[in-house]
Structures are given as structure tokens and as C-alpha cells.
Design a protein around this ligand. Structure first.
Ligand SMILES: NC(=O)c1ccc[n+]([C@@H]2O[C@H](COP(=O)([O-])OP(=O)(O)OC[C@H]3O[C@@H](n4cnc5c(N)ncnc54)[C@H](O)[C@@H]3O)[C@@H](O)[C@H]2O)c1
Length: 440
């Protein structure tokens, strides 16, 4: 592998922020016999859920029979698009529970904001559906734990929208690291610097737009007046619905380090500093500037982000660097490369320089893997609920440590922090009545 790929040239890709609206197109499908059909319902149609559906529909055995959204404008538009591309109108719903009542729906895709994932996921599992749930799997550690239990209890096939797990160059990176090529890895630094993390100055509250069931959008979250900044897309920067850049990008990127370093447990300790230091007057509640340190058994992992600016180490606004005794491996969604350590009088590299490019097919592969696992009833999808839960919990730990200005130790058996009631209070959201925290 080393020789073949030496000095491969970098592709000049443009990385889309995860808030950008995708321009997906549906390919026409070859026919498959009725018995082999996999019938899908999509909950949350505006952005990523729609993209996931588009990728899933590239598999000829998949058909979409129902769409659900609390925004009638989005719902009507997406239903019309689907009818145009596939010749049949889907059933449409405002309340996902009605969609889950349809017996011949096999699978649901959950593309709603993070604060809804846990309820919709546990309800879908108990209704006997397989589930593709977007990342982060939930907006709290307690929700991650209950979702993991639900997937097991109801014996569902689950895949999480951390599509990097299906990226060719990420697989090759993990393989390279597992072969010991980097020597001893003592630290991994991960960062995600995105402009959208700072949003704008606050907008005034207003009446909800016509056709939007705002109470259903809020769901288990506290009642608050409608505000465009806390709605479509930008809800991520408000604690009741999301965890800012730490969870939005943190889950994708921390996941790669946890995978490559074979970590399946919470860290020994975590500490963090964060605040609205760059844009104190802007709307987000989540922090525009944050630094987290995770202590593992024999190495440290760090996370840092700046919202509002888009530069970063090694000329990458987001990515990761594994620091090994033989060299540094730097990676993002475009490629990974090796920067060798030099040794001896001749300054020879301890490892060969190398650059490996992404083929950018990870999303299609990720959904194709899910479809294959559904057909064979194989629970080991490319990103299992355990993978999704672990990286979401790491991201939430970073936020809780920053919000409480603490050094945290999480007791995985007791499901709480050691001697930190203030941090315990952030483990589980209080659901607004009539929603109830799932009792799985
Ligand atoms: N895997 C990735 O790379 C990636 C990229 C972007 C977003 N995401 C994830 O996808 C999820 C959705 O993000 P987004 O950017 O699409 O958000 P969005 O705000 O653009 O879309 C969410 C949609 O869900 C709808 N919705 C809200 N509550 C609902 C409910 N109770 N029932 C039905 N519909 C409801 C909204 O009306 C909206 O149409 C998030 O968890 C996000 O983190 C993942």
C-alpha cells in the first residue's frame, strides 16, 4: 500500500458544511420482486433525512411509502418531488406515531433535530421497525444509553448516520494505524472550525410560520416562543436541541479516533474550557470556542473548535492528527497523509510519506450496507448503535465538562459522574409533558 500510493496528489475538494441544503437527485430504479421490497418511512424531510432517503433509494429493492414532517411546506414539497421521481405519491403525516402504525413499513429514517431522536427511535424500535438514525444519536448521555438498550431489547437492525465509517480512505487509515506503522501513538488531536458555529446576532421572536406545528417541533424540549434562529438548520446552537460544533462535527471526527485506537469505553477523565469568547453578542447558547482533553489509558485525545472562523492546523479547518513516534497522520474527509519523523545523522524518515484520497462514495456505501444488513438480519452495520452512542457520549462529555468547568469522571455502572451533582444534572433532559422519557 505504501509504495503504490506514495505522493498521490491532493484532490481539490470543497467540504460542505453540514448545515448546507443538499442537492440530491434520485436515480431511476430497476424493478425488484414484491417480496424483496424494503418499505421505508422518513421522519424529518428537510435536509439530511432527505439526503439519506435519496442514498437509500439508490438500492433497487427500497421504496419510500411515507414521509413525515411537522412543517407542511417542507412535507408538500418533498412529497411532490418523490411522486415526480418515483411516480407514486407517498402517504404524508405530521405526527410520526401515525407513520409508525403502518404495518408494512419495515424501516424508518430519523432525520429530525437531535432532541427528537431518542423518542422517535425508541418508539420505532418498539413498533418493530429497523432504524437509520442520524448523528448524534441523541442530545444527552442518558438518551444514548436508553437507545442502545432499546435496539437490543427489540432486536432491531440499526445504523447511525456517521457515514465516515463507510469511507474507503478512513478504512485504510484505521488499517494503517492498526498495523503499527505510526509507532506508539501518545496523542490524537481533533478539531472542527466552522463559520456556522457562530450564527448571527439574535433575531426577535415571532409567530410560527403558517403550516408549522411548532409544538410538535419542540416535542420534549421546553416551551419557548418561536424564533427562526432556533428552528430549521440553526437549532444546533441551542442546548435544548443540539450541542453546537462539539456534537455536530465532534461525533464524526472523534469517532474516527475511537475506531482507530480501538476504544469502546468512556475516558478515564475529561476536562474542558469553553465559552462565547469570539462572538459574545451572537445568538448561540453553545460555545463558539472550546478545548477538551480526554484522558485514555495510555494516550490523550483533544478536541477543539472555533465557531466563526475556518482555518486550522495543517491547513485544514477540520480534521485530526495522530501523533506517533514514527510520524504524524493527518486526516479529513478528502484524504489522509503521513508526515514522517526524521532520525539519525542523515535525517531519514522513520516511515514513508504517503497520501491517500477519499473516493467520496461513503454515503452511498453506508446506506447500501444498511440495506444489506436489513436483508440478512445482521446487526453489525457499518455504524452500530454502540458506535454512535460512544462518540455521542464523548461529545456530550466535552460539553458537560465545559459547561460545568469541571474535571469529570463518568461512572459507567452507576450512570452518573463521580462527585459532581452539577454535571449529573446535564446527563438527562427533563421532557416536557405530555412526552415522557422512554422507560426501556
Ligand atoms: N450525517 C451527516 O453528515 C449529517 C449532516 C447534516 C445533518 N445531520 C443530522 O441530521 C439531523 C437533521 O439535521 P438537518 O440539518 O436535516 O436539520 P433540519 O432542521 O434541516 O431538518 C430537520 C427536519 O425535521 C423536521 N422535524 C422536526 N421535528 C419533527 C418531528 N417531531 N416530526 C417530524 N419532523 C420533524 C423539521 O421540520 C425539518 O424538516 C440532525 O440530527 C443532524 O445532526 C447529519
Amino acid at each position: 500500500m505504501t509504495n503504490r500510493r506514495n505522493f498521490i496528489k491532493t484532490s481539490a475538494g470543497i467540504v460542505a458544511a453540514s448545515m448546507a441544503m443538499p442537492a440530491f437527485s434520485f436515480a431511476s430504479q430497476p424493478q425488484v420482486s414484491a417480496n424483496d421490497r424494503i418499505r421505508v418511512g422518513l421522519i424529518g424531510c428537510r435536509n439530511m433525512g432527505w439526503g439519506d432517503l435519496a442514498d437509500m433509494l439508490l438500492n433497487p429493492e427500497v421504496e419510500c411509502v411515507a414521509l413525515c414532517d411537522v412543517d407542511s411546506n417542507i412535507l408538500a414539497g418533498r412529497a411532490a418531488e418523490l411522486e415526480k421521481s418515483h411516480g407514486r405519491p407517498p402517504q404524508i403525516f405530521h405526527d410520526y406515531r401515525r407513520l409508525l402504525e403502518i404495518k408494512d413499513i419495515d424501516v424508518v429514517i430519523i432525520g429530525t433535530p437531535d432532541h427528537w431522536h431518542c423518542l422517535q427511535f425508541t418508539d420505532a424500535c418498539s413498533a418493530g421497525k429497523d432504524v437509520y438514525v442520524e448523528k448524534p444519536i441523541a442530545n444527552s448521555i442518558a438518551e444514548c444509553e436508553v437507545m442502545t438498550r432499546a435496539a437490543k431489547r427489540y432486536n432491531r437492525i440499526v445504523s447511525v448516520g456517521q457515514q465516515q465509517r463507510s469511507g474507503n480512505h478512513w478504512h485504510e487509515m484505521v488499517e494503517y494505524i492498526n498495523r503499527g506503522m505510526l509507532g506508539r501513538i501518545a496523542r490524537a488531536d481533533v478539531w472542527g472550525n466552522f463559520r456556522y458555529g457562530a450564527l448571527d446576532k439574535p433575531f426577535p421572536d415571532e409567530l410560527e410560520p403558517q403550516g408549522v406545528d411548532y409544538d410538535m417541533w419542540l416535542g420534549p424540549a421546553p416551551l419557548r416562543p418561536f424564533n427562526k434562529q432556533r428552528f430549521h438548520g440553526s437549532w444546533r446552537m441551542f442546548w435544548s436541541y443540539g450541542g453546537g460544533l462539539m456534537t455536530d462535527w465532534g461525533v464524526h471526527l472523534l469517532d474516527m479516533v475511537l475506531w482507530a485506537m480501538n476504544i469502546s469505553r468512556m475516558p478515564r477523565r475529561v476536562t474542558a474550557i469553553g465559552g462565547k469568547f469570539a462572538y459574545p453578542e451572537n445568538a448561540p447558547e453553545t460555545f463558539d470556542t472550546q478545548q477538551v482533553v480526554y484522558e485514555l489509558d495510555d494516550f490523550i485525545m483533544t478536541w477543539s473548535h472555533t465557531g466563526g472562523t475556518e482555518t486550522g492546523p495543517y491547513g485544514r479547518n477540520y480534521g485530526m492528527a495522530f501523533k506517533g513516534t514514527n510520524g504524524t497522520l493527518v486526516a479529513d474527509r478528502e484524504n489522509w497523509e503521513i508526515i514522517p519523523e526524521r532520525s539519525g545523522a542523515d535525517g531519514a524518515g522513520k516511515v514513508e510519506p504517503l497520501k491517500v484520497l477519499s473516493d467520496h462514495k461513503e454515503r452511498h456505501r453506508h446506506l447500501a450496507d444498511f440495506v444489506a444488513c436489513i436483508k440478512t438480519r445482521n446487526p453489525l452495520t457499518a455504524c452500530t448503535i454502540e458506535h454512535g452512542s460512544l462518540s455521542a457520549c464523548y461529545a456530550h462529555l466535552g460539553n458537560i465538562a465545559a459547561r460545568t468547568q469541571s474535571m469529570l469522571v463518568y461512572d459507567e455502572n452507576a450512570h452518573r459522574f463521580v462527585n459532581n451533582p452539577q454535571a449529573d444534572a446535564l446527563l438527562k433532559p427533563e421532557y416536557r409533558s405530555p412526552r415522557q422519557f422512554p422507560g426501556v
